[in-house]
Design a protein around this ligand. Structure first.
Ligand code: CS2
Length: 449
C-alpha cells in the first residue's frame, strides 16, 4: 500500500489550482499577529485575510500564536503552516488550502517571542480569538498583550487590537482591560475596533481529517470544516492600515453594535438553547437537537416572542428572514456540531446570549416564557445529568462555584442584579424546572405546543 503524503509546501502544487492557496505561501510580508489558533480563526479571519491579500495586496500575512495548547501548532508546523478549510454544503464538500500564515508561536513556552512580535512596528493589526473567559483582569492573554504593548510604547507605532470574540462591545471591553493596566495614553497609538464575527466552525475530529484526506489526496492533520456562511462586520478604525477585508466580503462600518446584538441574541442565544435542551434530551448534535419534536416551534417562539422585541436590527435587515436563516444554518447535518461543545462555558456566554433578552423583556413588563425555559434547562444541565439519567460534563471556569451555589440566581458573576428578587421570574423558572423534572425536555416541549 502506498503511503499518502502529507500536505506541505512541497506537495501543495499537486492540488487542483482552484484548491491551492490564493497567495503564494511565504511570499507575503507579515502584518498581523493573531492570538488563538482554534478552528474558528482558521476558517474565518484567515480565509478573509488571504482573500483580501489576493485581491488588494499588502504585507498582511499572519503570525499566529497558540496561547497554551500545542495540539494545532504541531501539525501546522509539520505542514509548513498549510491546512485546508472544508466547506460543508449539504452532501458537497468544497476544500481549499490556506497559505496565509507566515509564522506560528507557542506563548506558554516562548512568551518572549510573542512579546517581541507585539513590539514590532511591522505588525499593525493584532486579532484575537481567545474565547469569552480570557476577557478578565489577570488572564494570560491580557498579560501578553500588556507586556508586548509596553515594549511597543517606546516607538509608539500605531496598531489596532481587534477582538473577534462573541462579546458585546468586544473592542470597548478589551480597551478597558488594557487601559486599566497601561493607562489611557496607550490609546495614542492603539485602537480597539469592535467586530462581529460569524461562521459555524465545529471542533475538528478524526472524521474531519478523513474528509480532508479524501478530498485533497493528502494527509491534513490541521484541517477544519465549516458551514458555507461567513460574516465579519468590523468597526473601521485602523491607525496602522488594514488588509482590504472589504474586498473579501467583510462589512466595514462605523457602528457594529446593532450587528453584534442581533448575532449574539439570535444566533448564539438559540445555539445555546439548542445545546442545553438538546443535551438534556440526549441529542448529540445541534441539527439533531433542532429536529426533536416541538423544538423548531419552540426556537421560532423564542426568536419571535422573546428576542425580536429587544432588538433594533441593522438597517435593511429583516428580523424574520434573519431568524429563519439561523435555523436553516443550524439544521445543516454535515456539520455535526456537538451540543456538548456549544454547552461549554455557560456562565461566560449566557449573560450576552440570553440574560440580556430576559432582563429587557422584564423591564418591559413581560415574562419571556421561551427564554426562561432555556435558563431552566441550563440550570438543570449544571446539575450534571440528562433526562435519561446519563452524566453530563460541566466544562465551565466557574464549575466549582456553580456546584456549590445553593441558588444559581444568587451568583452575581453571572446574573444581573434583580434576577434573584424577581418573584415572577422565579415562579416561571420554578414551573419550568418542575416540568423538566417530571416530563423531561420532550414532554415539556410537547406541552408548549
Ligand atoms: C457557538 C459559537 O460554541 C459556541 O458557543 O455558539 O461558537 C458559534 O458557532 C459561532 O459564534 C458562530 O458564529
Amino acid at each position: 500500500m502506498t503511503r499518502i503524503e502529507r500536505l506541505s509546501r512541497s506537495t501543495v502544487d499537486r492540488l487542483d489550482p482552484a484548491v491551492r492557496p490564493a497567495i503564494r505561501p511565504g511570499e507575503t510580508g507579515t502584518g498581523i499577529l493573531h492570538l488563538g489558533l482554534g478552528a474558528f480563526h482558521r476558517a474565518h479571519q484567515a480565509v478573509c485575510t488571504e482573500d483580501a491579500i489576493a485581491r488588494g495586496g499588502g504585507d498582511w500575512a499572519i503570525a499566529a500564536v497558540a496561547p497554551r495548547s500545542r495540539a494545532v501548532l504541531e501539525p501546522l508546523l509539520e505542514q509548513d503552516l498549510l491546512y485546508s478549510v472544508l466547506t460543508l454544503d449539504g452532501e458537497r464538500v468544497r476544500p481549499r488550502v490556506l497559505g496565509v500564515h507566515a509564522r506560528a508561536m507557542h506563548a506558554a513556552s516562548d512568551p518572549a517571542a510573542v512579546e517581541a512580535c507585539l513590539a514590532d512596528p511591522g505588525i499593525r493589526v493584532v486579532t484575537l480569538t481567545v474565547t469569552e473567559k480570557a476577557y478578565r483582569p489577570g488572564s494570560e492573554v491580557l498579560g501578553l498583550l500588556v507586556r508586548g504593548l509596553r515594549a511597543r510604547a517606546a516607538a509608539g507605532a500605531p496598531v489596532a487590537l481587534v477582538s473577534c470574540d462573541n462579546l458585546p462591545g468586544n473592542g470597548r471591553r478589551l480597551r478597558a482591560l488594557v487601559t486599566a493596566e497601561l493607562g489611557e495614553s496607550v490609546a495614542d497609538f492603539v485602537s480597539f475596533p469592535s467586530t462581529m464575527v460569524d461562521r459555524i466552525v465545529p471542533a475538528s475530529t478524526e472524521a474531519t481529517f478523513a474528509v480532508a484526506e479524501a478530498s485533497l489526496g493528502l494527509v491534513d492533520r490541521a484541517a477544519v470544516a465549516a458551514e458555507p456562511f461567513s460574516q465579519w462586520v468590523i468597526e473601521d478604525d485602523f491607525p496602522g492600515g488594514r488588509p482590504a477585508w472589504d474586498l473579501a466580503g467583510a462589512i466595514l462600518t462605523g457602528d457594529v453594535a446593532p450587528w453584534e446584538r442581533l448575532k449574539l441574541r439570535v444566533l448564539n442565544g438559540v445555539h445555546s438553547a439548542l445545546a442545553y435542551l438538546g443535551a438534556l434530551a440526549g441529542a448529540p448534535t445541534i441539527d439533531r437537537a433542532l429536529a426533536l419534536p416541538g423544538m423548531r416551534a419552540a426556537m421560532e417562539g423564542l426568536i419571535r416572542d422573546d428576542i425580536a422585541p429587544t432588538l433594533c436590527p441593522p438597517e435593511g435587515l429583516s428580523m424574520q428572514r434573519y431568524g429563519r436563516s439561523v435555523l436553516e444554518r443550524f439544521s445543516n447535518p454535515a456539520l455535526r456540531h456537538r451540543t456538548l461543545q456549544v454547552a461549554t462555558d455557560g456562565t461566560q456566554k449566557l449573560p450576552q446570549r440570553l440574560l440580556g433578552t430576559i432582563a429587557d423583556r422584564r423591564a418591559a413588563g413581560a415574562v419571556p416564557r421561551h427564554a426562561t425555559l432555556v435558563l431552566a434547562a441550563w440550570m438543570r444541565f449544571v446539575r450534571g445529568y440528562a433526562d435519561d439519567g446519563s452524566p453530563l460534563p460541566l466544562d465551565d471556569p466557574l464549575a466549582d462555584r456553580l456546584r456549590a451555589a445553593p441558588s444559581l440566581l444568587e451568583l452575581d458573576a453571572v446574573f444581573p442584579p434583580g434576577f434573584a428578587d424577581d418573584a415572577e421570574l422565579r415562579d416561571q423558572l420554578d414551573s419550568w424546572g418542575r416540568s423538566l423534572e417530571r416530563h423531561g425536555v420532550l414532554g415539556t416541549l410537547e406541552a408548549l405546543r
